[in-house]
Design a protein around this ligand. Structure first.
Ligand SMILES: Cc1cc2nc3c(=O)[nH]c(=O)nc-3n(C[C@H](O)[C@H](O)[C@H](O)COP(=O)(O)OP(=O)(O)OC[C@H]3O[C@@H](n4cnc5c(N)ncnc54)[C@H](O)[C@@H]3O)c2cc1C
Length: 430
């Protein structure tokens, strides 16, 4: 049986980026059941990220804003957006992987077994062993299913097509707008070249991955109405999952990409997120490999590095609002109003570049652009305990930082928030 340092299952953006990085130091086997890089998605990102990751040559379209339209508001999210020719990205990544000596096998991952010091992987063609297996098999990962790891899964269900623009000489603009129907559907327009555009319908689903086919009829209607002469080249459908797992690693196994439910709630998107995180992930894996610390507990810590808890909590809140925004006519107004209130900073939301300072500003602007009574109505009842818990947590953190700065807290504050760790012992004499 052939043995490797690392086996990566799945050659989507997650598997390939990890393979490119990790093969600089380790002997890597990459297993993919299809031709690597087969995708339904638009791989859009930003000029700075294209440059940082050496993908400038793969940029197909450059635009300087993303347009969000609601029934009464429009927001132009100014940014240097790029859309990649995904075949070129794949070519670049595959070349880098091969140059670094990655062995790529077109085989179907069937199962795995824990053995002493590692994992044995079984495919439809053979068996391979390694101390570490990276699961990058996407949302239908067999490992996630086998171990019943999904704690929560919500989805953006997508149905659309790549079309030839017969009505335009220039590429279309990146754009999102709601259909204002009962099913919470919205339209996404992603130009992929000067002459071709990906048109999608998106529908938010909770607790299910939904069924893209259900959007087919509506999509055909919208396409006919908005692009009567467009030539349909290819159907594009699928789901973008956002959710969480019960565990983010097992002994000698770690998840990367959408198998690890990496897509954040309500903002950002998979490809971009993977691009941003793959080096952090690979560096942490390299350290774990060298220290031979590939047990579940340590690998969970690696996974933690990819998930900034503050940001994730905020994303959950924003996710809840996003679902509300798209629920019916005029709700998008709230969302687009908020984006307008964020001004130039709105792009950090789409880029998923949110630090605590940004979160604070976003929170204040959210509440000043949408009345608090409306905000409370937005929160679904089952999310209310979580959101209230977060508010207490944020308040606690703010108070602790004040205490650290030497500010004396009035005793009334301590009475209102009794028993919060760290506050009692630091009670002030005021
Ligand atoms: C219609 C659509 C539109 C989207 N639009 C965007 C967008 O505009 N921007 C954006 O950033 N993201 C978008 N996404 C999301 C994006 O595609 C995913 O987040 C991203 O592809 C996740 O990358 P990944 O490598 O984790 O998984 P995937 O891309 O799903 O790759 C998983 C790979 O594993 C392989 N695999 C699965 N099972 C096995 C097996 N048993 N054996 C061997 N190989 C296996 C698959 O063939 C696949 O190549 C879209 C998704 C869809 C469906």
């Amino acid at each position: 049986m052939e043995s490797y340092d690392i086996i990566i299952a799945g050659a989507g953006p997650a598997g390939l980026t990890a393979a490119v990085e990790l093969s600089k130091e380790f002997k890597v086997l990459l297993i993919e059941k299809h031709k690597p890089g087969t995708t339904n998605a638009t791989w859009y990102s930003y000029a700075d990220r294209a440059k940082e990751y050496g993908l400038d040559d793969a940029v197909a379209v450059r635009t300087d804003y993303i347009k969000f339209t609601s029934p009464s508001e429009t927001h132009f999210m100014r940014d240097d957006c790029v859309i990649f020719d995904h075949n070129k990205v794949m070519e670049i990544w595959l070349n880098r992987a091969r140059t670094n000596g990655v062995e790529i096998r077109q085989e179907d991952f069937l199962d795995y077994q824990n053995v002493e010091n590692g994992i044995v992987v079984k495919t439809n063609k053979g068996k391979y062993s390694a101390p570490l297996l990276i699961d990058a098999m996407g949302i239908n990962s067999k490992i996630v299913q086998k171990n019943d790891l999904i704690k929560r899964k919500d989805a953006w269900v997508i149905y659309g097509a790549r079309v030839k623009n017969v009505d335009f000489e220039k590429p279309q603009q990146l754009e999102y707008y709601p259909l204002n129907d009962d099913a919470n559907t919205y339209v996404g327009i992603h130009p992929v070249s000067n002459t071709e555009t990906n048109f999608y319908l998106f529908k938010g689903e909770k607790n299910t991955l939904g069924n893209p086919e259900e959007l087919k009829e509506k999509f055909e209607e919208v396409l006919k109405k908005t692009q009567p002469n467009a030539e349909k080249l290819e159907t594009l459908s699928g789901t973008i999952v956002s959710g969480s797992l019960k565990k983010y690693a097992l002994d000698n196994i770690i998840f990367f990409g959408s198998s690890g439910m990496l897509n954040p709630d309500g903002c950002g998107m998979g490809f971009n997120e993977i691009l941003k995180k793959h080096r952090i992930f690979s560096a942490a894996i390299s350290k774990a490999m060298k220290g031979n610390r590939l047990d579940q507990k340590n690998l969970e810590k690696v996974a933690e590095k990819l998930r900034d808890q503050e940001v994730i909590h905020f994303q959950k809140i924003i996710g809840a609002f996003s679902l509300y925004f798209i629920k019916s006519t005029s709700k998008w107004d709230g969302g687009v109003k908020w984006l307008n209130a964020m001004g130039d900073d709105s792009k950090n939301w789409m880029r998923n570049e949110m630090d605590l300072k940004w979160l604070k500003k976003a929170n204040i602007r959210l509440h000043s652009s949408i009345p608090i009574t409306e905000t409370v109505k937005m929160i679904p009842l089952d999310e209310l305990p979580f959101i209230m818990g977060q508010l207490v947590r944020f308040t606690h953190k703010a108070l602790l930082s004040k205490i650290k700065e030497g500010v004396k807290l009035p005793s009334e504050v301590l009475k209102v928030l009794p028993g919060l760790p760290g506050l009692k012992s630091r009670e002030t004499d005021e």
